[in-house]
Design a protein around this ligand. Structure first.
Ligand SMILES: Nc1ncnc2c1ncn2[C@@H]1O[C@H](COP(=O)(O)OP(=O)(O)OP(=O)(O)O)[C@@H](O)[C@H]1O
Ligand SMILES: [Mg+2]
Length: 358
């Protein structure tokens, strides 16, 4: 059964388009992690789904019903949200924090609500703290109370916006453990997180957000093990890059070489590798590709998770090997310095790309 669906969601602030054309279905029991660089609209998406900040276009369906300002209050009881900043009522003790929604919104009797609250405190490991006030709790404990308070509504889905990012590293584990248990119990969850191991272990699906939407989605194995698109790959493998655009034959090659030196310095590339990177980039961009094609895009990348560096050079035109048709001495130098040279021609875009491992 579909719990939550988005159809063509878009969000604009002023003339800035933050999200466009976001669509997905979340089935009951799914645990979906939302990951991606800062500022790519992850929080905006969550706030759009429960109308805290309504989308500018598109529709949200909760259990088949289209959400609107009119029915959102009712839907929010069953589509609850956990924030980075716990949001507990400071003037109420822990028990009361969990009871209040049940009595006021679900119209339960106080004893019934208290029983349920005590049950939930047990599941989040805080039975002893029932009579404590929020200021007497650690961050991890506060977040567990916040989760218990959400669970008291018997939600159909929980939306988490970085539930652990305000916590001391020592407390992350106690909160992720609670969420992991919820996943085991079949709770449907959409979780924005920067904790990659957590996302990898807990989710059946992952949304990678970039370029104003869900840029790539797949199973946790697909996204973390074999991401298909360049930005996903760069994010997952923590790839550091240096990019330089050559627009004409008399480009500023000193700026390019300085950029490469900075990159090598910043990532402590050893001297021997740095020399080869510099030589390959210089020969290709300055002496091989640009003289023949008048322009190119240079990219040097270094995935933190692997001990390898890559130089890629993209240039326009037909399927043509610039190294073979270029200056002989330069070509020999590049071949000598590279571990592996591959070239692909993308007929659709009309570009060739050398992919060189150093
Ligand atoms: N109320 C607002 N008014 C104008 N711009 C906003 C508003 N809220 C967010 N933005 C902009 O929307 C973009 C996306 O922000 P959002 O907070 O959704 O990113 P995020 O993916 O959650 O980032 P992070 O990982 O840092 O939490 C940012 O460029 C942000 O500056
Ligand atoms: Mg955010």
């Amino acid at each position: 059964m579909k719990i939550l669906s988005a159809e063509g969601l878009a969000k604009r602030y002023g003339d800035k388009m933050i999200l466009s054309n976001v669509s997905f279905d979340i089935e009951q029991g799914e645990v979906i992690s939302v990951i991606g660089p800062s500022g790519t609209g992850k929080s905006t998406l969550l706030r759009g789904l429960n109308f805290l900040d309504p989308p500018t276009e598109g529709s949200v369906y909760f259990k088949g019903g289209k959400l609107s300002k009119r029915n959102i209050d009712e839907a929010r009881r069953k589509m609850v949200m956990v924030f980075q900043s716990f949001g507990l009522f400071a003037n109420m003790d822990v028990l009361r924090n969990i009871v209040i929604g049940q009595t006021d919104l679900l119209k339960k009797s106080v004893p019934e609500a208290e029983n349920r609250a005590r049950e939930l405190l047990k599941t989040v490991g805080l039975s002893e703290q029932a009579r404590h006030f929020p200021h007497q709790l650690s961050g991890g404990q506060k977040q567990r109370v916040a989760i218990a308070r959400c669970l008291a509504m018997d939600p159909d889905i929980i939306l988490f916006d970085e539930p652990t990012s305000a916590l001391d590293p020592t407390m992350v584990g106690e909160v992720t453990a609670v969420i992991r248990n919820l996943a085991k119990s079949g709770m449907t969850m959409l979780i924005v997180t920067h904790e990659m191991d957590f996302a990898k272990n807990i989710s059946n699906r992952v949304f990678y957000m970039d370029e104003g939407g869900i840029y790539e989605s797949g199973t946790a194995e697909e996204i973390f093990g074999d991401p298909q698109k360049p930005k996903t790959r760069a994010f997952i493998f923590k790839i550091k890059t240096f990019e330089f655009s050559v627009k004409s034959r008399d480009f500023d090659f000193i700026a390019m070489l300085n950029g490469i030196d900075d990159f090598c310095f910043r990532y402590a590339v050893d001297d021997e590798k740095a020399n080869r990177l510099r030589l390959i980039a210089e020969e290709l961009a300055l002496n091989i590709v640009t003289p023949q094609f008048g322009e190119c895009e240079l990219r040097i990348s270094f995935p933190e998770s692997r001990d390898a560096y890559y130089v890629s050079v993209t240039y326009p035109g037909e399927d043509r090997d610039a190294i073979e048709t270029g200056d002989n001495l330069s070509a020999a130098l590049v071949k000598n310095a590279a571990k592996r040279i591959a070239r692909v021609h993308d007929a659709e875009k009309g570009v060739n790309t050398f992919d060189i491992e150093v």
